[in-house]
Each structure stands twice: as structure tokens, then as C-alpha cells.
Design a protein around this ligand. Sequence first.
Ligand code: URP
Ligand code: ZN
Ligand code: ZN
Length: 472
Amino acid sequence: MTVLIKGGTVISPTGSTAADVLVDGERIVAVLEPGSTALGADLAASAERVIDATGKYVVPGGIDGHTHMQMPFGGTEASDTFETGTRAAAWGGTTTIVDFVVQRQGERVQETLAAWHAKAGGECAIDYGFHQIIGGVDDDSLKAMDELIEEGVTTFKLFMAYPGVFYSDDGQILRAMQTAASNGSMIMMHAENGTAIDVLVQQALARGETDPVYHGLTRPWQTEEEATHRAIMLARITGAPLYVVHMSAKQAVATLAAHRGEGLNVFGETCPQYLYLSLEKNLAAAGFEGAKWVCSTPLRAEAEGHQEELWKYLRTNDLQVVSTDHCPFCMKEQKELGIGDFSKIPNGIGSVEHRMDLLFQGVVDGRITKERWVELCSTTPARMFGMYGKKGIIAPGADADIVVYDPNGHTSIGLGKTHHMNMDYSAWEGYEIDGHVDTVLSRGTVVIDDNQYLGAKGHGQFIKRGLSQYLS
Ligand code: URP
Ligand code: ZN
Ligand code: ZN
């Protein structure tokens, strides 16, 4: 099937240009200036399907580099399956996710990877890759890190939080970083001082402070900044590249920025919830309502100015990627596990469907350019996670993962029919976006068009990723 996307403005990090995009099968074969007689123009004239993109933006499909579909966590399991979660992603213009395989102490890493392949295989609406969580650093798991690179899993997440669950101590982190430094892979870090947080949590509960807001108050910014600094120091000793996930504290990003300024390969990710939501507005909502927004790192106080600073760091490239950390739980029977004890609320927010829209609102509001929008949501994640060329760009030879985005359209986010994630609430209810995902192609197949889902489970393929292209 040949598809011509005609009359739109093609956006890349380096600029925007009026061009027609020709797709043949699963790939982009030509990007043609209007009226061009260059190679591909003949084929374009006879395309089997023409999509009119007049007045619209044509952008590379979104890449969400941080999701947790059906992740076992917090005494329950994330409520989106690979099927429902990737379908919701497609609705929102995301055409690739990178999800996390979970390994805990005593489990064989390769077996956990096989289990995640079994869960995701044949289920996904869009393409997917895997990062590997190493929850038990030992000789076997360190050896497995070398082996997984051949399997296309080239990034490894460690946790400085959650003692007794995924936590690694500094010696374990150092050893994993030494391995990453030697095999060219990248360490992703959940940077929070978990042992200090656990003490603060126990003390708060002993004082009878049980509401959701105490989740945020027992994880003060210092616990994120201290852990970020420690992770950078360990990376510095070992020479390993470091990618700090879900950053929310401005002080932690300032530390990252300072070390980037010294030329270190340290990178940072933030998420839409840290840009728009806050401790006062959301986590401190009346009654148990705040549980909807319990995630770690926590939402930060607007009065302290974190949100504005994070937008600034997105502009200055001290933060390079916006992912969702999509880890949805329903209120009923899941978040409710923490009624009367905030520490039992499963940690996570669902946003996989809304990231492209929420960040586009940043363009409308003058916070970032439309080129930076594409860079943060697609091109840099592709490069960071070793997929660039195939993903993250509209160019001949790339996979035809394409979004036709209407900057004059409108999207209302809310409950029920207005979102497609497997959740009984929306963390984003009431958000109005001045833009709309009109058409989405995943490897040449139209999966969303005219507010209809046309995709199919099993269309999505596993992506064997290379090493981070930010390091070579
Ligand atoms: O609250 C969060 N972030 N849940 C998902 C697990 C993680 O730490 O990324
Ligand atoms: Zn984390
Ligand atoms: Zn996560």
C-alpha cells in the first residue's frame, strides 16, 4: 500500500518545512517539496491513499521511553495490559513504547525477559522495546547485562528507592555501573534516598498522618537531590553513562545540569505530571482523592516553583526527554489499598495517551517550540534508546510511524469515553488541549483516523534496540 500525506508541515528538531510524505509499505520512501519532480514524485502521483494534511503538522510518531504495562507493583498490578495500554498510546499519537521488565533478587534476568516477551508478544497495537530492571544486583545479573545487549535490551534500571523491593545499595550500583561502562549500555536511575524516606514514612504514620498528601511530604526534594548527586558521583567513578528517570525536583535537575556542564554523560527525563500537576492542587486534594496522583518521585509544591523550572530545563536541554512513567492503577480496589495508610497506595499515574497533547499545549503556551516538542517526545528518545533512523524522524528509510496533528483542533481530556486507558479515573480530567491527533500511522498502517481506532493487537513488533546513540 502506498500512502501520500499531502500538504502538511513536516516537523523535525532542526526545522519545519512544507512537504509531502510518501509511504510505501512499512517505510517512508520520500519527503517531497510541493511540486517536486524528484525521485518518488511519480509514485506519489499514483499513491493508493492520499491523506490531506493541509494546515496540519506531520510529525514522527511519539516514543514513550518509560511505561509499565501490567507491572506487578504495590501489592497489585498496573491496570493497563500491553493490549489496552498500547491502544491508548496510539490514540494519543505515540507509536513506540519502551516498557520495563522486572527482575527481583533471586530471579534469573533472562527468565524475566522471556516472561515479558510472553506477556507483550502478539498483544501490542504499536511497536515496543524493553528496558531491564535489575532488582537484584549479583554476579549472575551482572553477567546477564552483557548478554541482554545481544537481545536488543541495552538499558538497565536501578532503584535507590523502595528498600526490600527493588532497592540497590551503593556497592551494587557501583558494580552495575562498572558493567555498563564496560559493555556500552546505559544505567537508568530511580534517584530517591529510599532508606531515609522509609524512616520519614514510619514517623509520619506514627503521628497519625495517613492521608495521600503525606506521600509527598515524606519524600522531600532533598531525598531526590541527594540521590541524584550520589548517582552522578558513582557514574563519575565508573565512567558509566547515567539517565535519571522521572525527575521532579528543580534542585535535582540543577545538580544534573551542573555536571552536564562539566561534560559528563548524564541525562534527565521528566514527565507531564511534574510539569502541570502539584502537591497543593492534586496530592493534597480533600479526603482520599489525592491518591489519584500518588507517584514517585512525588508531585512537587507549586509554591516552590518546580514546575516552571522544569519547563526552563526542557528549553535549555538540561532535561532531554519527556516520558510518561505510565503506571496506571484504578481507584477501586487498587489505590484504595492505601485508605488509612498512604504508604500502601500503589505508586503510579496513567498518561500514555496524553503526553503528545500535553506537551503540545506547551507549544501553544509559548513554553517550547514545536521543533523542541518533536525532539523531546520522539527524536531524542529514539537516539537515547538506540532506535534513531528507524524511529524518531520523518526521512526516507525510516519506519512510517507518523502523526498528522491539527494545531487548530481541540482535545478534552476526561473520564469515560474521552480516554482509552484501562483506568476508572483520569489524572488529567478537565484538561483542555489546543490541538488534536488526527491520524496516526504505525509502520505504514493507519491505526487512528477521524477519531476512530483502526489498529489491531499483534501489529506491534518488538524492537531490538542498539546502544544509545547519545554516547557515540
Ligand atoms: O510511581 C511510579 N513512578 N511508579 C512506577 C514505578 C517507578 O518507579 O517508575
Ligand atoms: Zn522509578
Ligand atoms: Zn517508572
